[in-house]
Write a protein that binds this ligand. Structure first.
Ligand code: ADP
Ligand code: MG
Length: 630
């Protein structure tokens, strides 16, 4: 095969332009990126060699070497990791690779100067070599293969891949430095950069000059070192490396478990929500090591799914090294580690929530919806901890509220924890269902995550014996609840009398409305939850909550809507007028029109479409005509 010319994927070309023109001060991160790749390549081969030891015979010690040639103005970085086949070369270096690079591209603003400063934070993986080089050659041979391949590019728009010779496995990257980047030939400069960004890399990084090999890094796995020997900076760098992430960790947890099961754990909670958190095949990203050997970074069951935002490393002593990835999940040691790690993480989160509620609120914003999955997926072991960690927006507070706070604020006579579910807290605050609760000062949880419908159905035990109750389903039992401005004793008495009086009149109206609406509603009832609005729709006790049903219909899991109960507010002027008309025997077409107008109004308040807009418009026009008549 002769050298074959290929063009970069369009995004790569764009990216390379920015990289090539990047800010001077950010350029040194190219070394971090290349070392990170070399170390990943060593990890991958070390794992493969567990089952195919012949892949590393004769060369079992992994190394990353850096050499500088001042005459040729080249900087060379080589590793004896897994290497790449011709196909892998084209796939990995001609297209936007995973993680970092992809995230970077999706953050591009189009302003080259601004974008260039992103490089420092993000790194752009392999392509960052073009910040300091105007030509890059990658000579690589995949472990176990005879053929080697040479990838060459000037980073402008094309690259070539040609057959080549290489004595042993691994990858050599040769960078022909730009004239303004010759500083990267200086040993001291390189030493400094490695110390700063790559000291935690467990593979030795050696500087080669003549026959001498000088180590540039500590070369011991960071998580095995004592906490006191690790700086914040080092913890952060390791997070960036292990998580392929570029934010700073929100929480860093480093501990060593000794006793029945021994493991080392260095875990991070990110500050920002990783972009694939809700991806259908989202995975656990905590890396599993066994006795310092990298095993996998998608070990199912290592941490529960509701903690899948965790990043970092768990290194354990008690698993067999050659355990297959498939069998891992059922391994009892792994299950014990998982349970211990979960307990520890939840307890650290609890501490943080108590000590720094504002910081915790940021965490909850980013990862609350994921944590809630635990409320129904957890078998019970961690449920109590999870319940103490959930936070809510509510009608009575502009800060996030815990269930404990809620329970402490419950009104005398209040038996349940009330909630309402809908699109967004803002939309929910306008819901007519809340009126009676607001008037009495009874706090209602505002739920708007898609997951909320599901976990709350599974909370049979409630919280500390108090059941959760939807305020859009079943009767509102607010009579027993004391409190609220409106409810001073005298008012209450008056209220009762007024209701009695109204109730006497309301029965015939209810009967007529039922007759007019027929099957479109399940029932018509007097409401105890409305104060300002004339009507609202609720789900009957035992029926599905309105929001859940809407969700299922949107996802085509449910065909037909269940008829709702229409609640009417006996104190509302419109209802009073209608009641009087019915009493006076006026129950013809006008009442039927009014019934449907009320129902449609309730639907609109619910955020639902009116099923027959034409009929709605006609009735509304008629009503206006009558109302406006002179
Ligand atoms: P990322 O590391 O986020 O995947 P990079 O741009 O840094 O993105 O690297 C792209 C891919 O190229 C890597 O995922 C890896 O498959 C491959 N690669 C890069 N450097 C090496 C190397 N030294 N040895 C083997 N494969 C490598
Ligand atoms: Mg990389």
């Amino acid at each position: 095969m002769t050298a074959e010319k290929r063009t970069f994927q369009a995004e790569v070309s764009k990216l390379l332009k920015i990289v090539a023109n990047s800010l001077y001060s950010e350029r040194e991160v190219f070394l971090r990126e290349l070392i990170s790749n070399a170390s990943d390549a060593c990890d991958k081969l070390r794992y493969l060699a567990l089952t195919k030891p012949e892949l590393t015979t004769g060369d079992g010690e992994f190394k990353i070497k850096i050499a500088a040639d001042k005459e040729a103005k080249t900087l060379t970085l080589s590793d004896n990791g897994i290497g790449m086949s011709a196909e892998e070369l084209a796939d990995n270096l001609g297209t936007i690779a995973r993680s970092g690079t992809e995230a970077f591209v999706s953050n591009l603003s189009g302003d080259e100067k601004k974008d260039a400063s992103l490089i420092g934070q993000f790194g752009v993986g392999f392509y960052s070599a073009f910040m300091i080089a105007d030509k890059v050659e990658v000579l690589t041979r995949r472990a176990g293969e005879e053929k080697a391949h040479l990838w060459t590019s000037d980073g402008l728009g094309e690259y070539t891949i040609a057959d080549a010779e290489k004595a042993n496995r691994g990858t050599i990257i040769t960078m022909h430095l730009k004239d303004d980047a010759l500083e990267f030939l200086e040993e001291a400069r390189l030493q400094h950069i490695v110390k700063r960004y790559s000291d935690h890399i467990p593979v030795p990084i050696l500087f080669i000059s003549g026959d001498e090999e000088k180590p540039l890094n500590e070369a011991s796995a960071l998580w095995t070192r004592a906490k006191s020997e690790i700086s914040d900076e080092q913890y952060k760098e390791f997070y960036h490396h292990a998580a392929h992430a570029f934010d700073d960790p929100w929480l860093t947890l480093h501990w060593k478990a000794e006793g029945v099961i021994e493991y080392n754990s260095l875990l991070y909670v990110p500050t920002e929500r990783p972009f694939d958190l809700f991806h259908p095949d989202r995975k656990n990203r905590v890396k599993l090591y066994v006795k310092r050997v990298f095993i996998t970074d998608d070990c199912e069951g290592l941490v529960p799914e509701y903690l899948r935002f965790l990043r970092g490393v768990i290194d354990c002593e008690d698993l067999p090294l050659n355990v297959s990835r498939e069998l891992l999940q059922r391994n009892p040691v792994l299950q014990k580690i998982s349970s211990a790690v979960t307990k520890r993480v939840l307890s650290e989160l609890t501490k943080k929530a108590e000590k720094e509620p504002e910081e915790y609120a940021k965490f909850w914003d980013a990862f609350g919806p994921v944590m809630k999955e635990g409320l129904y997926s957890d078998s019970g072991e961690h449920k109590e901890a999870l319940l103490s960690l959930v936070r809510f927006k509510t009608t009575e507070s502009d800060k996030l509220v815990s269930l404990k706070d809620y329970a402490e604020r419950m009104k005398e006579g209040q038996e349940a924890i009330y909630y309402i579910i809908g699109e967004s807290p803002e939309a929910l605050l306008n819901s007519p269902h809340l009126e009676g609760f607001k008037a009495k000062g009874v706090e209602v949880l505002l739920l708007s995550d898609p997951i909320d419908d599901f976990w709350i159905q599974a909370m049979f035990g409630g919280y500390e014996g108090k059941p959760f109750k939807s305020i859009t389903r079943g009767a509102a039992d607010l009579d027993a609840v004391k409190g609220g401005e409106e409810d001073k004793e005298e008012d209450a008495k008056k209220d009762d009398e007024a209701k009695k009086e109204a109730g006497a009149e309301i029965a015939p109206l209810i009967a007529s409305l039922k007759l007019a609406l027929g099957d479109t509603v399940k029932d018509v009832r007097e409401s105890k939850r409305l104060t300002d609005s004339p009507v609202c729709l609720i789900a009957d006790e035992g029926d599905m909550d309105i929001n859940l049903e809407r969700l299922l219909r949107q996802h085509k899991q449910l065909e037909k809507a269940t008829p709702r109960v229409l609640e009417i507010n006996a104190k509302h002027a419109v209802i009073k007028t209608l009641a009087k008309r019915v009493k006076a025997g006026k129950t013809g077409q006008e009442l039927e029109d009014a019934a449907y107008l009320l129902l449609d109004q309730a639907r609109i308040m619910e955020g639902e479409a009116v099923p027959d807009p034409k009929a709605f418009a006609r009735r509304l026009a008629l009503a206006m005509e009558r109302g406006l008549a002179v």
